[in-house]
Design a protein around this ligand. Structure first.
Ligand code: ADP
Ligand code: MG
Length: 258
C-alpha cells in the first residue's frame, strides 16, 4: 500500500558508526513520515539505541547524514540545539531532577524549550505558571502520576520515572519524539496507560520513533516497522507484513508468536 503522505520529517542516509573494531551501524537508511509512528525492533546489541543517539548528537556517526527540519543533525549540532528544533527523547535511563517534585519536573522543560534557561523571565513565569501547571497536571494525570505530583521525583520506581520523563517530553510539544523502550520496567496496567497516551498524541499529529521489545506495544502503535540486526536494517514494512517476514522471524523473533 502506498502512503499518500510522503512528507518525511526525518531522513537518515548512509549512517555508519564503529566502536573500536565493532561496526554498530552499517549504512543505515531510514525515512520517517510526518505524523507516523515508526517502530525499530531487533535483538539486544543490534544498534537501536546507537541509532537514536546519533539523532540527538549524543553520538556522532562516522559518516552519513540525518536531516530534520532542513538541518543535518550530525553536522556540529548540540543536543540542546536539536531539542530546540523540536526533537525530544525518552531514553533507557530517565533523566529527571530527583530533588524536585514531579510537577516541577514536568513544568521546567516547557520553560527551557521556550526561552532557554538563560533567558528566564520572572514576569512571564508568573503569568504562565498557572496555565503550565494545568498542562503538567494533565500529562501527569493521563500517566497515572497526578496523585504523586508533590512527591520528589528521585523516590519514584524506574517505571514511574519513565512515565515522568515522557510527561517532561510531551509538555514541550515536540515535532519528533524519540522513545527508547518507554515501557521497560512497567506493569501491564501502566504499559496500557502509556499506549493510550501515545495513541492520543498520535491523533495530534506528532511524529514518533519507538524502540520497543514488547510486541504488544509495537503492534498497538506502529504504522511502520524497521528491523535492525547487527547494525543493519534487514526489513522495513507495515506491521502485518513484518509479522510474516521470514528473515525477521529467523533473525529476531525465532519461533516466538507475534
Ligand atoms: P541495542 O540498543 O539495539 O540493544 P546498542 O545500540 O546499545 O544496541 O549497541 C549496539 C552495539 O554497540 C553493541 O554491541 C554495544 O555493545 C555497542 N556499543 C553501544 N554503545 C557503545 C559505546 N559507547 N562504546 C562501545 N560500544 C558500544
Ligand atoms: Mg538499546
Amino acid at each position: 500500500m502506498s502512503d499518500s503522505n510522503d512528507n518525511y520529517v526525518l531522513e537518515i542516509s548512509g549512517v555508519n558508526k564503529t566502536f573500536g573494531g565493532l561496526k554498530a551501524l552499517s549504512g543505515i537508511n531510514l525515512k520517517v513520515r510526518e505524523g507516523s509512528t515508526h517502530a525499530i525492533i531487533g535483538p539486544n546489541g543490534a544498534g537501536k539505541s546507537t541509532l537514536l543517539n546519533t539523532c540527538i548528537a549524543k553520538l556522532v556517526p562516522d559518516s552519513g547524514s540525518i536531516i530534520f527540519a532542513g538541518r543535518d543533525l550530525t553536522d556540529g549540532m548540540t543536543p540542546h540545539g536539536i531539542n530546540q528544533l523540536g526533537v525530544s527523547r525518552v531514553f533507557q535511563t530517565p533523566e529527571i531532577f530527583p530533588e524536585l517534585s514531579l510537577l516541577h519536573n514536568v513544568m521546567i522543560p516547557a520553560f527551557a524549550k521556550r526561552d532557554g534557561f538563560f533567558k528566564f523571565n520572572l514576569f512571564e513565569w508568573l503569568r504562565d505558571e498557572k496555565q503550565l501547571e494545568g498542562e503538567a497536571m494533565h500529562y501527569l494525570d493521563n500517566l497515572g502520576l497526578s496523585g504523586s505530583a508533590e512527591v520528589h521525583a528521585g523516590s519514584l520506581s524506574r517505571g514511574d520515572k519513565r512515565r515522568l520523563e515522557l510527561a517532561m517530553c510531551l509538555i514541550q510539544h515536540p515535532k519528533l519524539l524519540l522513545l527508547d523502550e518507554p515501557t521497560a520496567g512497567m506493569s501491564r496496567h501502566d504499559t496500557n496507560r502509556t499506549i493510550d497516551l501515545l495513541k492520543e498524541i498520535k491523533e495530534g499529529g506528532m511524529t514518533k520513533i519507538i524502540i520497543e521489545h514488547d510486541m504488544h506495544v509495537v503492534f498497538s502503535l506502529a504504522d511502520r516497522i524497521s528491523v535492525l540486526a547487527q547494525g543493519a536494517i534487514i526489513a522495513e514494512d507495515e506491521p502485518e507484513a513484518i509479522k510474516g517476514h521470514p528473515r525477521v522471524r529467523e533473525a529476531y523473533l525465532g519461533s516466538a508468536e507475534i
